[in-house]
Design a protein around this ligand. Sequence first.
Ligand code: F6R
Length: 635
Amino acid sequence: MCGIVGYIGKREAYPILIQGLHRLEYRGYDSAGVALIGSKESKLRVFKAKGKVADLEAVASDKDCTGTLGIAHTRWATHGVPSEKNAHPHISQSGQLTLVHNGIIENYATLRSQLEKRGYTFKSETDTEVLVQLIEYFYTNLENNEQHTVEDAELLVSAVRQALHLVIGAYAICVLDSRHPDQLVAARKSSPMVIGVTEGNEEFFIASDASPIAQYTKQMVYLNDEEIVKCERGHELQLFKLTGEEVGVKIKEVNLDLSMLDKGGYPHFMLKEIFDQPSVLRDCMRGRLVGSKLHDNEWIPEKVVLSAVADHKEALLRARRIIIVSCGTSWHAGLIGKQLIEHFCRIPVEVAYASEFRYSDTVIDKDDVVMAISQSGETADTLAAIEMAREKGALIFGVVNAVGSSIARHTDTGTYIHVGPEIGVASTKAFTGQVTVLTLIALALGKAKGLVEEREYEDVLAELNQIPAKIEKVLQQNNKIARLALKYTYAHNFLYLGRGYNYPVALEGALKLKEISYIHAEGYPAAEMKHGPIALVDSEMPVVFIATHHELYQKIISNMQEVISRKGRILAIVTEGDEQVKNMVDEVVEVPETMACLSPLLTVIPLQLLAYHVAVCKGLNVDQPRNLAKSVTVE
Ligand code: F6R
C-alpha cells in the first residue's frame, strides 16, 4: 500500500513524479503529495492534497514546481485519517529533511513519546512523521559530535541507518535533505522498492515498483530487506546493509510491456484486463505448452515444459504434502490448484490463508512444499508465511505475476504467470493466469509421477490450448451481461453458489462484486446453502449459480429448485445449449463446453463482467474502489 516515487537527475522532476504517482495510484489513493528542490536555489517546496493524484495536480497547478530533485507519494491510510495534514511527504522539525514512507512503524507510539521528551513536536497523526523526526534527531547528533567522525555527505545515510535500527515494522522510505540537494537516500524492509539507473549515473528513479521507471531505463536495482541506498548525481549507486557494511549493486535488466500500463481504449483498467485474458493466457502458456505444428495456425500440444518443475523434480516428487499460502483472489486460485494437484498428482494439498498460516503452529518439515501464490509478489502476509516455512526447511515454490518482486526473489523456485501488469484493483487476469499455471504444474508433476494416463494428458493439453479462444466467445456476451447487470443494481445481498472446481469460482465471483460494487455477497458450496444461507432467500435475493455440465450438474439443479421454491431470482452460468436450466431460471449466461477441471477459466469470466457492470451502473470507481489498495504490503 502507498506508492513512492523519487527522482534525481537533470530533467524537471515534477512531471516524472506525477506520472509515476498515476502509475502507482493502484497502491493507494486517499491523499497525495510531492516535495521538490529547485536546481538553482535549494528551497524546499511541498504540496499535498486529500484525494487522488489529480487533486494534487490541481493544488500544484499555480505553484512553482521546478526542480530536478523530488519525492512524491500516494497514500493508503493506516495511521491517521486521509487528510492534507496526514498526507506525505512529512517534514522534520527543522525543515531540513523530507520523507515519504510505505509500510507501518509498529513501535511509533513509543518512539514518538521519546522524541516528544526531547522537544520534538508533531503536526500529523502518522507513524511516518515519527520516522522523519527520528532521522533528524540522529542527523543532528552526528553533526554535533565533536569528533566529526562522519563526513558531511554521509550524514543522511548514517542517520537513516541509526534511526532504522530502532524501528519495528515495515518500511520503504525515500528521504530528501535540503542541505544536500545532490542526493536521495532510500531504504526498505518488507515493503518493495526499485531503483532505476541511467547511463553514467546521471539520473536515478526510485519507485515502489518498476512501472514508473520502465519508460526511462531498463537498468534496475531491487532493494533487499534492510538495505539503504544512496543515489548521488554522477556517482555510482551506493548500497549499505543496516549494519553499515557496503554491499555490491546488482543491476537487472527489466523489460516491461509499456502498452500494458495504459487503458488501451477501454474505459477502465478492469475491463481491459478482463478482455486481455485470451491473449495473456496464450502468453502464459507460450513455451510451456509445447507440441508440433499441423498447419499454419494449428498445432497439437504434446507436453508441458516447466523449468521450475524440471529443476526441482526430485524434491517435488517426494513431497509429502503441498501447502498453498495466499490471500484473497490468489487464495481462491489456490483452492482450484488443490483440486488439480490432488487429482493429477495424488499429493495431499492444504490451502491456507497466509495471514493465519504465518502465526500458526502448522507442522511443516523438509518434505513439505510450500507454494506461495501472489499477483503482486509483495503481499506482506504471504511473504511472512514463506519466511516461516523456510525456517522449518520446506521447499518454497512461487506462483507470481510481478517479475522481480519480493516473493519471486524469496522463493527457492517458481513459475511466473506472465499476464502483464494488473492495474485494476480487483484482480481478474491474474486469477485466470494463476489457475492456468496451477494446471500446468499439476499436469507436469502428475506426468513425472507417472500418474496421468497418456490419453487424459493429451486431452487436457489440447483443451487447455483451446481455452483462450473459448474465453473470447464468453467475452462476446459482454453487452448482454451489461444489460443484465442493470437489473441487479437494486440488490443489497447476493449469493454465489457452485460445486467442485466451481465452488472457488463462486467465492471469487462474490469477492469481485463486494469489492467494486459494495454489495454484500457470499460464496458458498451450493449444497451447503440449506445449512444456513437459505434463510436469506426471498424474492429480492439474487442467487448466482454456476451450473455447467459436469459431474454434479443434477445435484446443482436440485439446489436451484430449493431457491426457486423460495422465490429467489436465479442467474445461472451454464454450458452452451443447456435448455433445462434455461427453462427453470430467470437469466442464463452460456459458456462453451469444456472439462470440469478447466471450467473455472470460463465460468469466472461472466462473473468478472457482472461485477464490473453492476459497479459501473452504480456509478462507482471501478479501478479504485473505496478502502482498497492493489498491493497489500502491510499486515
Ligand atoms: C481481489 C484482490 C485481492 C488480492 C489479495 C492478494 O480482487 O485483488 O484479494 O488477490 O490481496 O494479493 P496478491 O495476489 O498480490 O498476493
